[in-house]
Design a protein. Structure first.
Lengths: 148, 748
């Protein structure tokens, strides 16, 4: 039995210790806003915040989460930075199919929490999630707007 | 029927070949796909008839099948189309809302279940071919106008005033004389019981409030907060999760499982089940199922040792390409004009080249899944990503041993599709979900891991074309001979529909060009692929416009012509295309091919191309430099003429999105087979365009007023040739095989 703190709520989870956090969230806890894309840390669709830092949850075994606070897309607007990011995403109309955008919003929130006024290089360094619809320019514009 | 004018006009432009998708959709109300009838029997599906006279409804006319008007005057729209990023939900809300007089923001849109009312793509229902808006625009306007008239009529009865004394104002019927008004929500029950009129007047386009405007998309908040529900997110009570291991060679079958007992004993595992071409492990969570599926030790039947007739032990993409190149027979004529033979005899110069493009994966970020649940009465609920609900309903019924009306198809939002979610036989997980749910007596969800998806996805076909051009003494092309070799998805999946042997999805982009080359011959040589092939965003245009427009630059070079000037000269008979070509040059600050030195010191060049995909016209310019042997694309300028548009903001983003995919295929993508197996099983080995490689994209919309064309796909085909033409100017290397990642580029 593992104890997790997700979106400021405590959960008890019964699963094998090597189960990726991604599938604990999606299948054990029903938090399906976090997406499965590749399972090997390449695409970033599964990005969540661990103690505020963007983390690809498909690469995090349940046993390694420990006491770190997990934030998922479901609660991102409760974070003032996350709320700004979402507002920019909606205002600029970033998503196309939208499937990768949970992860993109999480990555952007993490960036702006650590670097409120990011340079273009900071944005390029932090926003590495894949988007098959090619919304990269809109993503960068939304990050700039959220930082403004 | 006025709603299909663009399609009919396209037909009229095709004297030689009448079997393009435009043609087929123009004649296919009782279509046969894969031997399955899609003719919809209206009587059986007439559960929600509107009044006593309701019999076979004309698709797109029965208001109650589309609109649920709620007490607060908001609307739930059951859409004929599925939303997968293209913005169709918003476009429909604009189109219907315009005529209904209701703010599009008050619409929620869902993909409708199967039914005859939704066959609005000229008697068929599908989301594809960039058809949605252009095929349904007039019908959806009329639907909104018809519904508004029903509101007025119901209000006239309720208020006991003449109908012509009433007007509407954003969801309310207003009687100005008395100051009374009624909300649509208050009138809905009475209004929707009325017989719809079929002679309502549509608005004057000059009075449009929402059509043609950048109205806010409806799905942005849900997609920015994780609330949008995709097929992969469907969860049912008591549902089991299945993961599969597919046969390493397509077409082989499981023979023995060495460790079946061990797998059954793994935590949470409920069953190990043999399926056609696969073995499934079913468990209480997907991760447990997947661990089981990956641990399975399966002995598979043996593939054929060699050849390209099947995915044999020796099959490779290189062998397939060699077979395409080796097919040197003259082929079937697909288009002919003038006297090419005579023109070649009299030519001052002859240029020839061969081009090829690889198999491509869709690589949509949502891995495919399906949920099947049988109800106690034996009927079936099926949730699955799909672009054609009625087709999937028919095939699901066959798989389950049911009648089609015993299968309820649920079509969730798509996490990208790009052509992925048509029916492609073994590339669809839903038959596995049906078989497992039936065998286990519980709802079952099948989810393919990314690795299984890369192994099983239906592919854009590996393609090959051969060109020969005759140039006059003035350097202008006087004749062009083109041979397209291979097989396309139209022939594979819709072949039963066609009597003519020319596969439109193999030759589109090579035919019906606007250029004034007087003598032309286009031939098709069919060489079937053993692999599962697919529609892929812009289909035949995705490679053929690269082939043609690159070769056109070779013609320009051989004739000593500037590529832009040559195109302009060849477009002398088409003011629409000349205008568009000039528009893209203007957008790019004037045509300058280079090479030139950019402000940052890099050496750059620009390439130009044109394309005529899906009823729209595009002109594209790409600016490219080299870095570490790779092409770096800095800017793409794309002018698109789709005739007219519903939402310019959505159009621009769709063009940018299509351009990104086109660039991805130009630079990076290829599915490689060796030893009968695909080498890449995830994004580490099948790289797709990342943020670092994304150029600026500048889009200009030119509304010529021509019949409405498509939007979702047309931004793509011009990108590969524009980039490759720029690379040729920069390096002197003419790259006739994609992706560019195969070549190390160096400056001339």
């Amino acid at each position: 039995m593992f104890q997790l703190t997700i979106n400021a709520r405590r959960y008890a989870v019964e699963a094998e210790p090597d189960t990726p956090l991604l599938f604990v969230l999606r299948d054990s806890l029903g938090l399906t806003g976090t997406k499965y894309g590749c399972g090997i840390g390449q695409c970033g669709a599964c990005t969540v915040l661990l103690d505020g830092a963007a983390t690809r949850s498909c690469q995090i075994p349940l046993e390694s989460v420990g006491t770190q606070a997990i934030t998922t897309i479901e609660a991102i607007e409760q974070d003032p930075v996350g709320a700004k990011v979402v507002a920019a995403w909606v205002g600029i109309e970033v998503p196309q199919c939208g499937y990768c955008q949970s992860g993109q919003v999480m990555a952007a929130t993490s960036l702006l929490k650590q670097t409120p006024k990011p340079s273009e290089a900071d944005i390029a360094g932090a926003m590495t999630n894949l988007c098959r619809c090619g919304t990269y320019n809109a993503i960068a514009a939304a990050v700039r707007q959220a930082a403004a | 029927m006025t709603d299909l004018t663009p399609l009919r006009r396209a037909d009229r432009r095709q004297p030689v070949r009448n079997l393009s998708r435009r043609g087929f959709l123009g004649a296919a109300s009782g279509a046969l796909f894969l031997g399955i009838s899609l003719r919809i029997e209206p009587a059986a599906a007439q559960a929600r008839a509107e009044g006593p006279a309701a019999v076979a409804p004309k698709p797109g006319t029965r208001v109650a099948a589309f609109l649920e008007i709620r007490p607060d005057s908001s609307v739930r729209l059951l859409s004929p189309f599925v939303e997968g990023g293209q913005g169709i939900n918003t476009g429909l809300a604009q189109t219907i809302g315009e005529e209904l007089d209701l703010d599009p923001a008050r619409f929620t849109v869902e993909c409708a279940p199967p039914g005859p009312d939704y066959a609005v793509v000229n008697g068929l229902r599908m989301t594809g071919g960039s058809f949605s808006t252009r095929s349904s625009f007039e019908a959806m306007r009329r639907l909104g106008a018809t519904a508004r008239e029903m509101m007025l009529r119901a209000a006239a009865a309720k208020l006991a005033v003449p109908q012509d004394s009433l007007t509407t104002a954003d969801g309310r019927v207003v009687h100005a004389a008395s100051g009374r008004s009624l909300g649509y929500g208050e009138l809905a029950a009475a209004a929707l019981a009325l017989q719809p009129r079929d002679d309502v007047k549509l608005k004057d386009p000059k009075a449009f409030r929402w059509i043609g405007k950048p109205v806010a998309r409806l799905d942005m908040r849900d997609k920015s907060t994780g609330r949008a529900v995709y097929g992969i997110d469907i969860r049912l009570p008591g549902m089991l999760h299945a993961a599969v291991q597919h046969a390493p060679h397509l077409g082989t079958e499981p023979e023995a499982i060495a460790n079946e007992a061990e797998i059954r004993a793994m935590p949470g595992v409920q069953a190990v089940q043999r399926l056609p071409g696969a073995v499934a492990v079913v468990a209480d969570t997907w991760w447990r199922a997947r661990k089981g599926a990956e641990a399975l030790q399966v002995t598979w039947s043996k593939p054929a040792p060699d050849g390209i007739a099947t995915v044999s032990a020796g099959f490779s993409s290189a062998a397939m390409l060699a077979a395409l190149k080796g097919a040197t027979e003259p082929g079937i004529p697909a288009e002919q004009a003038g006297d090419p033979d005579a023109a070649f005899k009299g030519a001052a110069k002859v240029v020839a080249a061969e081009y090829d493009a690889p198999y491509l994966a869709h690589a949509q970020l949502e891995p495919p899944s399906a949920v099947a649940s049988f109800t106690p009465d034996g009927s079936l609920d099926l949730w699955l990503p799909n672009q054609m609900p009625e087709l999937f309903q028919q095939i699901a019924a066959k798989t389950a041993g049911l009648q089609p009306d015993q299968v309820r198809i649920h079509s969730p939002m798509l996490g990208g599709f790009f052509g992925r979610h048509f029916y492609y036989g073994p590339a669809n997980p839903f038959p596995q979900a049906i078989l497992l749910a039936k065998a286990l007596g519980k709802p079952v969800r099948v989810l393919w891991s990314r690795e299984e998806e890369f192994g099983m996805d239906a592919l854009r076909p590996l393609s090959f074309a051969r060109f020969r051009a005759a140039l006059g003494a003035d350097g202008m092309p006087v004749a062009l001979e083109t041979t397209a070799v291979g097989e396309g998805p139209i022939g594979r999946w819709f072949g039963a529909l066609f009597k003519s042997p020319v596969d439109s999805s193999v030759v589109e982009g090579l035919d019906q060009k606007p250029y004034a080359i007087p003598n032309r011959k286009l031939s098709y040589v069919k060489v079937p692929h053993p692999v599962t092939i697919a529609f892929w965003r812009s289909v035949g245009h995705s490679m053929n416009d690269y082939f043609y427009e690159s070769f056109l630059d070779e013609i320009a070079q051989a004739g000593g012509q500037d590529p832009f000037a040559l195109r302009l000269a060849l477009l002398k008979d088409s003011p629409r295309h000349r205008t568009l070509l000039q528009a893209v040059a203007d957008l790019a600050g004037g045509w300058k091919p280079g090479p030139f030195q950019a402000a940052d010191g890099t050496r750059r060049a620009r390439g130009v191309s044109m394309a005529s995909p899906f009823g729209s016209e595009t002109a594209t310019i790409a600016e490219v430099s080299l870095k570490d042997g790779e092409a770096r694309v800095h800017d793409l300028w794309i002018a698109i003429d789709p005739g007219s548009v519903v939402n310019p903001a959505i159009v621009k983003r769709q063009v940018e999105s299509a351009a990104a995919l086109g660039l991805s295929s130009t630079l990076l993508e290829q599915v490689v087979y060796e030893g009968g197996q695909r080498l890449a099983r995830n994004f580490d080995a099948y790289p797709i365009l990342d943020r670092d490689r994304m150029p600026r994209v500048h889009v200009a919309i030119v509304e010529s007023g021509a019949p409405m064309g498509g939007i979702g796909e047309p931004g793509l085909p011009g990108v590969p040739p524009a980039v490759v033409n720029a690379v040729a100017l920069l390096t002197g290397q003419r790259l006739r095989s994609l992706p560019l990642a195969k070549a190390h580029l160096s400056g001339a």
